[in-house]
Write a protein that binds this ligand. Structure first.
Ligand SMILES: CC(C)(COP(=O)(O)OP(=O)(O)OC[C@H]1O[C@@H](n2cnc3c(N)ncnc32)[C@H](O)[C@@H]1OP(=O)(O)O)[C@@H](O)C(=O)NCCC(=O)NCCS
Length: 160
């Protein structure tokens, strides 16, 4: 498994799992029917540092981004997003990628990292807590989950 910075040509191999994750409507606050073009603008945005994980066959199995969460005097606080191919979830890829991204963000000079909208039913909450993030607060009943109904969105933070 190799974690590297993404190139524009990687997008067609990110899109299948990106689409599957967003269309499921359980973890991200993007429209479930986001088009490929809109998705590419969101994820491969020039303001973002984008990473991919390649397995030993060269297949792209996960991606992440880091970007300033705010502007101006608060641009030293990062935001990040993570997606692992659902067929390969639960095998440690997300934990490895998150560790890499946190280190890269620290190396780039960010002083902290914020997740603005972590769905409270997402198993990822446990992963973020184990990596030193804390829940600063929860926007109640903000997210219409297809299986759990209206659930909260956590704002999560850690210093870098
Ligand atoms: C969240 C996500 C990035 C985690 O990546 P992953 O490769 O599946 O996670 P890992 O195998 O590294 O698991 C890390 C930990 O997360 C937890 N976890 C993650 N996904 C889980 C799942 N589907 N079910 C149960 N636990 C899960 C486990 O506690 C695990 O702990 P462990 O390392 O002590 O076993 C990935 O599942 C994903 O892309 N999900 C959909 C998109 C998403 O939710 N992104 C994050 C938005 S905040």
């Amino acid at each position: 498994m190799q974690i590297r910075e993404a190139a524009a040509e990687d997008w067609p191999r990110i899109w299948p799992f990106w689409h599957r994750i967003v269309a499921a409507g359980e973890t991200y606050t993007w429209d479930r029917d986001t088009s490929e073009e809109a998705a590419r603008s969101l994820w491969m945005n020039p303001a973002k540092q984008v990473y991919v994980v390649e397995d030993e066959t060269g297949a792209i199995v996960a991606s992440a981004f880091v970007t300033p969460n705010y502007g101006g005097p608060a641009a030293g606080i990062a935001n990040a997003g993570f997606m692992v191919d659902p067929d390969l979830a639960g095998r440690g890829i997300g934990r490895a990628l998150a560790g890499h991204v946190v280190e890269a963000a620290r190396g780039a000079g960010y002083r902290g990292m914020v997740f603005n909208a972590v769905v409270e039913t997402n198993p990822a909450v446990k992963l973020w807590l184990s990596l030193g993030f804390e829940i600063l607060g929860t926007v109640p009943e903000a997210f219409d989950h297809p299986r759990h109904g209206r659930v909260g969105l956590h704002v999560m933070y850690r210093a870098l």
